[in-house]
Design a protein around this ligand. Structure first.
Ligand code: NAD
Ligand code: ZN
Length: 470
């Protein structure tokens, strides 16, 4: 029969166990007490079996050490009864306790984030706790940070574009395990609701994006706190944190070979823009496409137009410094609305002899959304809205534009289903069918996260990847 092997090395490596040395020693002593069981079997030779202690849910390990030991002894006894030789047990380092971690907290609108020691609770039913390795800043984070056009909700841990590794899983989670490489996604996929079962939709009934929710759906509570005071979640992801707790339906498991410092941008921006073109606008080969907004999302949309074989890709932006960069993404012509004294819609209609075949709006400006719709060709033109509007915005256009057979659509996350579709998008990057590296123009250590905000506010660069381990 097998040997259950004792191994404690990973315990101290788990930063979630930020307890005092005395507390840690106490745990180690308890474990060593169990090793004692094994002494008489020391000579035993056989297959090694790792005793999986996950079912203990050691959230209580330090608060209730006796019940922990009792559980372990029970578990070991049953292993012995089943004929295993016990030389100890394996902790794997994913003790599901509350831990103190560093997270960048937005305390109030528009003020620099401050890196704080935050307690992160264990994952509950259908949740996973993820060690974030890389996260990047998307403009959506900035809207909810400055909260000028959005409902303010503070203190909050922002962040939704990231890559990491599952650290522990809650009850009922069967398709993810500690060690899996994952992308947390701001909109989820329960795989059961009518939307998840539909081929057309990705706006899951249970887990679709909800910008105003600051708690987990399981119990309406936050998993983050400072001295007992809850800190709100953002989009169910809150990735500006060394560890975060996410609903399993918002986690895409990806190829562990994929470099997380690159594919993290598929967790929002690049999938959103690329998918908006290839899944929603669906330009035909040889058609013309206008892209409004040449930030990372817009240039990912342009990339979608390029791979679809668009003949002309017209980039529209108010910031002329975007144009040089956009050339590398296959954008062939540029329009700065500020350079004209007529509406940009008219400029594009004139340039194209009637309008573009497709347009994709990636600005968040309501004016740009309306122009993006009105500049498509009548009869067949399709506009896709991607930018996140202000909460009070209204889309106003003359209905005759619709009678003239122009179509307006919109999509979150490029219409991709996060769990079902994103692993394959990661594979596209691995197979060199999709370029991501050129979107990453800056990287900063976690301690300099506010620099990423400064760059985005200045309209500089595309994605700034934040390295959590520095
Ligand atoms: P970004 O700031 O990097 O890029 C936005 C670009 O739009 C900038 O270059 C800016 O100069 C330009 N712009 C702003 N107003 C304009 C106007 N009126 N006309 C022309 N250009 C204008 O932002 P990003 O991270 O690329 O995000 C783009 C938008 O997409 C944001 O609104 C963001 O919230 C949204 N977004 C939506 C989804 C989704 O699922 N629908 C996902 C991610 C991001
Ligand atoms: Zn985003």
């Amino acid at each position: 029969m097998g040997i259950v092997k004792f191994e404690d090395s990973l315990i101290t490596e788990n930063p979630l166990l930020n307890h005092t040395d005395n507390e840690r020693n106490a745990v180690n002593e308890e474990m060593l007490g169990n090793v004692h069981i094994s002494a008489e079997y020391e000579e035993a030779i056989g297959e090694e079996i790792l005793l999986d202690v996950r079912p203990y849910k050691l959230g209580s390990v330090l608060k209730e050490p006796l019940s922990f030991v009792a559980e372990v002894i029970l578990r070991l006894s049953s292993a012995i009864a089943s004929g295993y030789t016990i030389t100890g047990f394996f902790f794997l380092g994913f003790i599901c306790g509350c831990g103190i971690i560093a997270a960048a907290v937005a305390w109030e609108s528009g003020k620099p984030l401050s890196i704080e020691e935050v307690e992160v609770a264990p994952p509950q039913k259908d949740e996973v706790r993820i060690k974030i390795l890389f996260t990047s800043l998307c403009h959506t984070d900035v809207y909810f940070w400055d909260a000028k056009g959005q409902n303010p909700l503070f203190p909050r841990i922002l962040g939704h574009e990231a890559g990491g590794i599952v650290e522990s899983v809650g009850e009922g989670v069967t398709d993810l395990k500690p060690g899996d490489h994952v992308l947390p996604i701001f909109t989820g996929e329960c795989k059961e609701c009518p939307h998840c079962l539909s081929e057309e939709s990705n706006i899951c009934d249970l887990l679709r994006i909800n910008t105003d929710r600051g708690e987990m759906i399981n119990d309406g509570k936050s998993r983050f706190s400072i001295n007992g005071k809850p800190i709100y979640h953002f989009l169910g992801t809150s990735t500006f944190s060394e560890y975060t707790v996410v609903h399993v339906g918002q986690v895409a498991k990806i190829n562990p070979e994929a470099p997380l410092d690159k594919v993290c941008v598929l967790s929002c921006g690049m999938s959103t823009g690329f998918g908006a073109t290839v899944n929603v606008a669906k330009p035909k080969k040889g058609q013309s496409v206008a892209i409004f907004g040449l930030g990372a999302v817009g240039l990912a949309a342009a990339e979608g137009a390029r791979v679809s074989g668009a003949s002309r890709i017209i980039g529209v932006d108010l910031n002329p410094s975007r144009f040089d960069q956009a050339k590398k993404f296959g954008v062939t012509e540029f329009v700065n609305p500020k350079d004209y004294n007529k509406p940009v819609r008219e400029v594009i209609v004139e340039m194209t002899g009637g309008g573009v075949d497709r347009s994709v709006e990636c600005t968040g400006s309501i004016q740009a959304m309306i122009s993006a719709f009105e500049c498509v060709h009548d009869g067949w033109g399709v506009a896709v809205l991607v930018g996140v509007p202000n909460k009070d915005d209204a889309f106003k256009t003359h209905p005759v534009n619709l009678l003239n057979e122009k179509t307006v659509k919109g999509a979150f996350f490029g219409n991709y289903k996060p769990r079902s579709d994103i692993p394959a998008v990661v594979e596209k990057y691995m197979n060199k069918e999709l370029e991501l590296d050129k979107f990453i123009t800056h990287t900063v250590p976690f301690s300099e996260i506010n620099k990423a905000f400064e760059l985005m506010l200045a309209g500089e660069g595309l994605r700034c990847v934040i390295r959590m381990d520095e």
